[in-house]
Design a protein around this ligand. Structure first.
Ligand SMILES: [Zn+2]
Length: 310
């Protein structure tokens, strides 16, 4: 549970964002206008919770020393802090799972700390001053090795009662076609999850299963640009699936902007092709939702963590 804000301490001078990744921990200090005052990056102590905690505390103190001010601290984590237990859950950095990060870090830093899922931080960053700036409702999606999603309303992360708002990657693929149901097994224990069709590795699997070589999604996109028929077919199939999956979000949340991040967001044709394909699946005569590429790239997670203090 978040500790109360102390009235006797001035936290307002600077926003500090921490992106707690599996291999790197990044820290940033942001000005009110979004300018970067300090950026630091350290290796994540893998498989060691106590060292991870110390690394974050040291990073915050280093940043504060450099800017000469104490800051509000927001932390983007892989996973979420369970409202039921106060412990980290759903993290692919497994050494954080079941740990009381939401209690330990505020105590070690002697101030309240805000936490959010890294996909939520991404969505917030893009909604505040990125590719979705000015939109009231924003869905942010990171598609890389997995598919994370986050919802932002009026520059605030929508966390949800179970802290899973926006996590659509483990819903089944909507309107499944022949061969898509029950679909591939997913690490979450279900089959046919959206993630099993839309992640970067899923593009590579589809290409290989269709008779192509074992190459990455990035190489497949390049081959499609070069006019290779098989790569074009695989990407077209991907686009149609992404359109169906995003249409289900539009039907529920109706965002003005959907922002794509992660490796797959570098495939430029998606921004024209996917909106042209989602209309039949959206319950509306017109669809004005825009699909855009993230403006802040890999920095969105750490910037969004800082913006948790608005
Ligand atoms: Zn799944």
């Amino acid at each position: 549970m978040p500790t109360p804000v102390r009235k006797d301490v001035d936290y307002r001078t600077v926003r500090i964002g921490i992106d707690l990744g599996g291999t790197k921990i990044e820290g940033i200090a942001l000005d009110d206008d979004g300018g970067v005052r300090v950026r630091r990056r350290v290796s994540a102590p893998r498989d060691d919770y106590t060292k991870t905690l110390t690394a974050v505390v040291d990073l915050v103190h280093d940043i504060e020393h450099e800017v000469g001010a104490r800051g509000h601290v927001g932390v983007g984590i892989p996973g979420a802090i369970s409202p039921a237990t106060g412990l980290v859950k759903n993290a692919n950095s497994t050494w954080l799972i079941g740990r009381p990060l939401g209690d330990d870090l505020p105590r070690r830093l002697d101030r309240p700390v805000r936490f959010a899922n890294d996909a939520n931080c991404f969505a917030l960053s893009e909604a505040v001053d990125g590719a979705a700036a000015g939109a009231d409702l924003v869905f942010g999606v990171i598609i890389g090795t997995g598919t994370g999603g986050g919802l932002v309303v009026d520059r605030r992360v929508l966390e949800g009662a179970n802290r899973i708002a926006g996590e659509w990657g483990h819903n089944p693929m909507p309107a499944p076609r022949d061969g898509e149901w029950p679909g591939p097994p997913c690490y979450c224990g279900r089959t046919g999850c959206i993630e099993t069709f839309l992640s970067g590795p899923a593009i590579a699997r589809d290409y290989q299963a269709s008779g192509g070589a074992a190459i990455t999604a990035r190489e497949i996109a390049q081959r499609a640009r070069d006019g290779e028929p098989l790569a074009s077919i695989v990407l077209a199939r991907y686009e149609e699936r992404l359109a169906r999956a995003l249409a289900s979000i539009i039907n529920v949340f109706d965002p003005g902007v959907i922002v794509l991040g992660g490796g797959v967001s570098n495939i430029e044709r998606l921004y024209d092709s996917v909106p042209a394909l989602w209309a039949p699946h959206v319950f509306s005569d017109t669809v004005t939702t825009r699909l855009v590429r993230a403006a802040h790239g890999d920095s969105s997670g750490v910037r969004g963590a800082a913006w948790l203090w608005d």
